[in-house]
Design a protein around this ligand. Sequence first.
Ligand SMILES: N[C@@H](CCC(=O)N[C@@H](CS)C(=O)NCC(=O)O)C(=O)O
Length: 221
Amino acid sequence: MITVHHLADSRSQRVLWLLEELALPYGVKRYERDPKTYLAPEALKKVHPLGKSPVITDDARTVAETGLIVDYLVREHGQGQLAPPPDSEAHLRYAYWLHYAEGSLMPPMLLQIVFDGVEQRAPRLARPVARAISGQVKKQFIRPQQRLHFDYLENQLADADWFVGDEFSAADVMLSFPIEAAATRGMLDPDYPRLTEFVRRIQSRPAYRRALERGGEYAYA
Ligand SMILES: N[C@@H](CCC(=O)N[C@@H](CS)C(=O)NCC(=O)O)C(=O)O
């Protein structure tokens, strides 16, 4: 039995969506974020020492890290769905995206969230200085890095609807969260029409809609 330890409003929404795409039975244990810190509750550390989400249990196994969870579910339970054949060139490209989403694309997105927090939460007297420093970091490093990645991703969709060519795959599920996060923050439209259309395309999939019903509130949909 697969159980998704799902933190409200988080990356783990992707795992619910993947399970719906694969039409696999699963349970959801939902955890709420601390309203002040936005961190996961301590209870999640009982499942995995880091207390991060997603993490899944599959009978006696515990699997953490979204990319590995996606890879594991497709390999163990996918019956050949949503991934190119293991020894194909397309599979190398597929595996690349599974690593890239969290390893390369998320860091500049996270930095933005951290520096937005610095601007909003600095004590009132320090706020002008905090904003000035944060503004410089965003201008000189974070935005150019985000543009580098979005330009790259936009180009990938020049000749195909999906990141591994004409077929929808679990790589599209994996890439969804950072791209949705960018869309929600107004970072895509109007400069990135293909990425904007990608978000519309994934969000209109029936399995995506079903996953929203299972997972509850999700600010990026
Ligand atoms: N690279 C990890 C990141 C896990 C992660 O940071 N998850 C966030 C949810 S979006 C989390 O659990 N945040 C709450 C916390 O850090 O306490 C993955 O993809 O699984």
